[in-house]
Design a protein around this ligand. Structure first.
Ligand code: NAP
Ligand code: ZN
Ligand code: ZN
Length: 347
């Protein structure tokens, strides 16, 4: 076993603190990765505080992982020692169900092994995430990291990047389309960059007036403060597609009403409480309310290659791990431009 140092929450109201644990020795198809950077996703906060239910403690969060391979099992083919490597939200899946066979492991109908707050294939050994010094992952669930982007800016692509890229692709967002991104946070700012790079006209709907300049710099044509209902009324029936990245409870009907006939609103934000849907928000214009979760391994690699080619990284604030609890509070307040990334050598 490999002694590993991390930061863990011991319970839903406990701050994260240093935590020593063991990783398995790499098996024949595993790579051992020294973690260099790990992003802080709002999902880390929802889970560390058990806002979605079913949390497993102690919990070492972190699923936006980049690092360097320090050991490979004898049957590993795609990585050698010294390679950069990335790990996202899951580290294994059943590999046999229809979704896994289709390369959509994120929708696995069997047992998916989440990077943390999950269990290994045995269904009982807990998994620990990227706020740690090293991780052992099957090479088939490990991503190749492009070398032309700075590593701290790449880490958030492993969740925020793929979570926004996947629905933009699935719903065929591109030139000639008007789209809106709701919430300019970690996911939202990636959605703006990616959608703009795909040729769409992007409007940001935000509760934070202060983010307007940033939104335009990231590629948005327009910025609308969503707090005033009058501002939204002016956008009624306007958008082909809306990506809702909001982490907290909000009125989704206000955004559905901005879709034109046959428009789609995809939720990627995952507020802990159920939301109320007005039937008329959907039926009068044959609108679709959809959802999307991260992306499969194949598509995640495609997104990383696309970002490398388009020179798209995340806007980050790099912090030492000792500031992780403060970073959580600032993320909840929307006070991050636009993703905190932990420099793991501070651990
Ligand atoms: P984040 O950085 O905290 O951004 C969320 C943004 O939502 C904030 O920046 C803010 O934008 C807006 N917001 C926050 N509270 C709000 C409120 N009360 N009313 C209206 N808007 C509010 O979070 P993130 O890391 O991007 O994650 C966003 C959500 O996506 C989380 O729920 C997370 O769990 C979920 N998520 C889902 C997936 C998936 O696969 N579907 C993957 C990753 C994360 P403004 O200041 O611009 O209003
Ligand atoms: Zn995430
Ligand atoms: Zn499966």
């Amino acid at each position: 076993m490999l002694p590993t140092r991390g930061y863990a929450a011991k319970g839903p109201t406990a701050p994260l603190e240093p935590f020593d644990f063991e990783r398995r020795d790499p098996g024949p198809r595993d790579v051992l990765i020294e973690i260099l950077y790990c992003g802080i996703c709002h999902s880390d906060i929802h889970q560390a505080r058990d806002e979605w239910g079913g949390a497993i403690f102690p919990m070492v969060p972190g699923h936006e992982i980049v690092g360097r391979v320090t050991r490979v099992g004898p049957e590993v083919k795609r990585f050698t020692v010294g390679d950069l490597a990335g790990v996202g939200c899951f580290v294994d899946s059943c590999r046999t169900c229809e979704s896994c066979q289709a390369g959509l492991e994120q929708y696995c109908e069997g047992h998916i092994t989440w990077t943390y707050n999950g269990t290994e294939k045995d269904g009982k050994t807990p998994t620990y995430g990227g706020y740690s010094t090293q991780i052992v992952v099957d090479e088939n669930y490990t991503l190749k990291i492009p070398t032309n982007l700075p590593l701290p800016n790449v880490a958030p692509l492993l969740c925020a990047g793929i979570t926004t890229y996947s629905p933009l692709k699935h719903f065929k967002v591109g030139s000639g389309q008007r789209i809106a991104v709701v919430g300019l946070g970690g996911l939202g700012h990636m959605a703006v960059k990616l959608a703009a790079s795909m040729g769409a006209e992007v409007v940001v709907l935000s509760t934070s007036k202060i983010k307007e300049q940033d939104a335009r710099r990231l590629g948005a044509q327009d910025f609308v403060v969503s707090l005033d209902p009058k501002n939204l009324d002016a956008l009624a029936n306007r958008f082909d597609f809306i990506l809702d990245t909001v982490s907290a409870p909000h009125d989704v009907n206000a955004y559905l009403n901005l879709l034109r006939r046959d428009g789609v609103l995809a939720l990627v934000g995952a507020p802990p409480k159920p939301m109320a849907i007005q039937a008329f928000s959907l039926i009068l214009k044959r609108r679709t309310l959809a959802g999307s979760v991260i992306g499969g391994i194949r598509e995640t690699q495609e997104m990383l290659n696309y970002c490398a080619q388009q020179n798209i990284g995340s806007d980050v604030e790099v912090i030492p791990i000792q500031q992780v609890n403060e970073a959580y509070e600032r993320t909840i307040k929307g006070d991050v431009r636009y993703r905190f990334v932990i420099d793991m050598k501070t651990l």
